[in-house]
Design a protein around this ligand. Structure first.
Ligand code: SF4
Ligand code: SF4
Length: 462
């Protein structure tokens, strides 16, 4: 889906293979991107410090194999719910892409957000685009060394803060920070902090757009999700061509020129170094920097803004209004909302206990009353944050009885292993191997009774 326009033979930074130095710019979409990035930043750095019910509000406790999130705890047994969340996120991204192209990449993807922050650090230490280009080419001097040292120092501080925060979602952050400050951090925690510091520094400082262009799979397959009505950032070739320089206020139409003054501002602000006038390209991360840059030029020239704008292929080629809420998108939206509703229901009604029954390896024995007894080990996990009382019952053979206590308590988050014996009259056995059912009832559990199947072995009375 690329717009066919004549392409000038002017190499961009990306084409020339040199480092990309985007120019500073201002505009409406930049403000939206800053707001989106700030929100992500605050959520990422702030959430990890929140407490809920006496423990860190969001914590993936690897030692205990529990995921705590605002008072709810998920266990390995709930993995299916976490998988469902990931599938819904992927579907949400798919929905967003069909609607508005790579808005996720441009506004809220952590790779982009951190890349813009690192670029900001580069700009405040080394200056804007032309100053940075000059600095790259300048021989080593004290001034150059100082600027580079401050820049890399800032990058390392940002990377370290990111790494400590990220690791803090897997090991209690307060403990982690205290241990780092007192140099008592464990080897494993130190390794992961170092690893994520290096990864952030490399990704956001050095690799930048290369991650989006060459490493991110989403960038590769997003074009297959777009249709003719998807919102994408496009250059209006019909209005812009023929491009060319002109004097402000001149009658450029009579000279055969379009609205594009060929100033290259859209290329100079692009973080991936491409020329949007060449059509939609895989390298475009949808950041809208070129829209802001071109709009400011249009304003200066006294032309209407929107030479580069959010539009669809259909609107660009056939004219007419955008068709955002088309049937395909509405169907995806309904599916997405349904998935979310099912997930919420599954989370609210999930059982707050799980149990398992393991039959003892011994076959059976006769007790003092002439009954046949089988032994089992019951494992009950209380997934709630308070003690629960459970009642056990068994069925499958007439007169089948539990020998031991049928009622017991399990503390919050605890796992209980309880041996139990089950007895039956030999007359009641239909065969030497009978299917039976254990039923565990927790009075307060919204999920109802938990049932586990097992077998009862014995010798049938002749
Ligand atoms: S072409 Fe425009 S929207 Fe795409 S990455 Fe470059 S500046 Fe951002
Ligand atoms: S910023 Fe606008 S006017 Fe300048 S080259 Fe790009 S499209 Fe043309």
């Amino acid at each position: 889906m690329s717009t066919s326009i004549p392409v000038r033979n002017l190499a961009t930074d990306a084409v020339a293979g040199s480092k990309i130095h985007p120019r500073k710019f201002r505009g409406f979409f930049r403000r939206i991107r800053i707001a989106g990035g700030a929100l992500l930043f605050i959520l990422f750095f702030g959430t990890v410090w929140l407490s809920w019910g006496g423990r860190q509000a969001v914590l993936w406790d690897l030692t205990e194999k529990q995921f705590h999130i605002f008072g709810s705890t998920f266990w390995p047994q709930d993995l299916v719910l976490l998988s469902a969340i990931l599938i819904i996120c992927a579907f949400g991204l798919f929905f967003l892409t069909v609607m508005a192209g790579r808005v996720w990449c441009g506004y809220t993807c952590p790779q982009s957000v951190w890349m813009w922050i690192f670029m900001w650090a580069e700009r405040v230490t080394e200056g804007d685009r032309n100053q940075r280009k000059k600095l790259d080419q300048a021989p080593l001097s004290v001034a150059k060394l100082c600027k580079r040292t401050i820049k890399h120092g800032l990058w390392i501080v940002l990377s370290l803060a990111t790494a400590v925060t990220f690791v803090g979602y897997f090991t209690p952050i307060r403990e982690l920070v205290t241990n780092i400050l007192t140099l008592e951090v464990s080897g494993a925690a130190a390794f992961w902090v170092f690893f994520f510091t290096a990864a952030t520094y490399l990704n956001a400082g050095w690799l930048r757009e290369k991650v989006c262009v060459h490493m991110c799979p989403y960038g590769r397959f997003q074009s297959s999700m777009l249709d003719k009505d998807s919102l994408v950032i496009s250059y209006d070739a019909a209005r812009g061509e023929s491009r060319g320089a002109r004097k402000p206020g001149s009658d450029y139409l009579s000279q055969g020129l379009g609205d594009c003054i060929d100033c290259h501002m859209c290329v100079q602000v692009c973080p991936t170094g491409i020329d949007i006038r060449d059509g939609l390209q895989m390298e475009c991360i949808g950041c809208a920097a070129c829209i802001d840059a071109c709009n400011s030029i249009m304003d200066k020239m006294g032309y209407a803004t929107g030479l580069i704008r959010y539009t669809s292929e259909r609107a660009l080629q056939e004219g007419g209004p955008l068709r955002i809420f088309r049937p395909r998108l509405v169907a995806y939206g309904v599916l997405l909302v349904s998935f979310i509703a099912i997930l919420v229901w599954a989370m609210v009604s999930r059982p707050m206990a799980s149990f398992d029954v393991t039959k003892d390896r011994g076959l059976f024995r006769y007790n003092d009353y002439g009954q046949i007894e089988n032994s089992y080990v019951l494992t009950v996990l209380n997934k709630s944050h308070h003690a629960q009382a459970f009642t056990l019952s068994v069925s499958g053979v007439a007169g089948l009885t539990l020998i031991d206590d049928t009622r017991f308590y399990v503390g919050p988050g605890e796992r209980l292993e309880q041996p139990v014996s089950v007895a039956a009259n030999p007359d009641e056995l239909q065969s030497s191997l009978v299917d039976i059912k254990f039923r565990l009832n927790a009075a307060e559990d919204p999920g109802g009774d938990l049932v586990q199947e097992s077998v009862f072995t014995g010798a049938r009375q002749q």
